[in-house]
Design a protein around this ligand. Structure first.
Ligand SMILES: Nc1ncnc2c1ncn2[C@@H]1O[C@H](COP(=O)(O)OP(=O)(O)O)[C@@H](O)[C@H]1O
Ligand SMILES: [Mg+2]
Length: 229
C-alpha cells in the first residue's frame, strides 16, 4: 500500500493434506491470496471445498502441510506455539457461524475477557467493551447473557468480541449462515461499517452470493486453489 502498511494477510502456496481412512485428501493444493488493510474480501466455494480449513490456517488455529502464512507482515512459520498464540491474540479476530460466546458471561464480559487475557485492566477493557457494544447497537443488552439474546444479537456481540483487541485481520466463517435474510443483512451492515472504520483487512466465507458481491472483492476456492471470482 502507498502508506507502507503491511498486508493484513498473505497466504503463499498453502497446501493442506488430511489423512482420512480412505487415503490422503488434498484439500488445499497451493492456495495464495493477499488481503490489504481496509479490504473486505468474500471467500466463496461449495461446501467441502476447504473454506473453513483455509480460514483456520489463516487464523493460526491449524498448521498448513506446506506454504507460508503472514499476518500483518509477520511470518507465522518461524514461530513456536507461544509465538503463534501471541500473534493470533494481537492481530486476528475470528467470527464463527455459531457465536461461540461464553454462556455464563454477560455480553459485556464476553468482550472484556479477551482484552484481559491480552493484558488490559478490567476498567480499560470494560470501557472499550461498552463502546463496542454501543457501536453494534447493543448498549442496552450489556448485562444479558448470550442465551437471552436473539441470533442476530449474538452475532453482533461475537463481532464486537472479535474486534476487542483491535486486530489487523478479521476472519469470519459464514457469520450470517445461521440467520434469516433480514437479520443477515443487518449483521453484514454492522460488519461492513466497522471494517471501513477500523481499516482492518477482512476475509469472510459466505454462501450468500448477494452479500459476497457487495464486498470489495470475491475469491473462490476451486480444486484446492484460490481464484479471483
Ligand atoms: N480435521 C480433518 N480431518 C480430515 N478431513 C477433514 C478435516 N477437516 C476438514 N476435512 C475435510 O476437508 C474438506 C474441506 O472441509 P472444510 O474446510 O470444512 O470445507 P468448507 O468449509 O468449504 O465446507 C472436507 O472434505 C472435509 O471433510
Ligand atoms: Mg466451512
Amino acid at each position: 500500500m502507498s502508506d507502507g502498511a503491511p498486508s493484513a494477510l498473505r497466504l503463499s502456496n498453502i497446501v493442506r493434506v488430511y489423512d482420512q481412512n480412505i487415503g490422503k485428501l488434498e484439500v488445499l493444493r497451493g492456495a495464495s491470496c493477499t488481503i490489504q488493510a481496509g479490504e473486505l474480501v468474500a471467500l466463496v466455494g461449495p461446501s467441502g471445498s476447504g473454506k473453513s480449513t483455509l480460514l483456520h490456517i489463516a487464523g493460526l488455529l491449524e498448521q498448513p502441510t506446506r506454504g507460508k502464512v503472514e499476518i500483518a507482515g509477520v511470518e507465522a512459520g518461524g514461530l513456536d506455539d507461544g509465538g503463534r498464540t501471541a500473534l493470533r491474540r494481537e492481530t486476528i479476530g475470528f467470527v464463527y457461524q455459531f457465536h461461540r460466546l461464553l454462556p455464563e458471561f454477560s455480553a459485556l464480559e464476553n468482550i472484556v475477557v479477551p482484552q484481559m487475557i491480552a493484558g488490559k485492566s478490567r476498567k480499560e477493557a470494560g470501557e472499550r467493551a461498552q463502546v463496542l457494544l454501543d457501536r453494534v447497537g447493543l448498549a442496552a443488552r450489556a448485562s444479558h447473557r448470550p442465551g437471552k439474546l436473539s441470533g442476530g444479537e449474538q452475532q453482533r456481540v461475537a463481532i464486537a468480541r472479535a474486534l476487542a483487541n483491535a486486530p489487523a485481520l478479521l476472519l469470519a466463517d459464514e457469520p450470517t449462515g445461521n440467520l434469516d435474510p433480514k437479520t443477515a443483512e443487518d449483521v453484514f451492515a454492522v460488519l461492513r461499517e466497522l471494517i471501513a472504520e477500523t481499516k482492518l483487512g477482512a476475509l469472510i466465507a459466505t454462501h450468500n452470493l448477494d452479500l459476497a458481491r457487495r464486498m470489495d472483492r470475491v475469491i473462490e476456492l476451486k480444486d484446492g486453489f484460490l481464484i479471483d471470482a
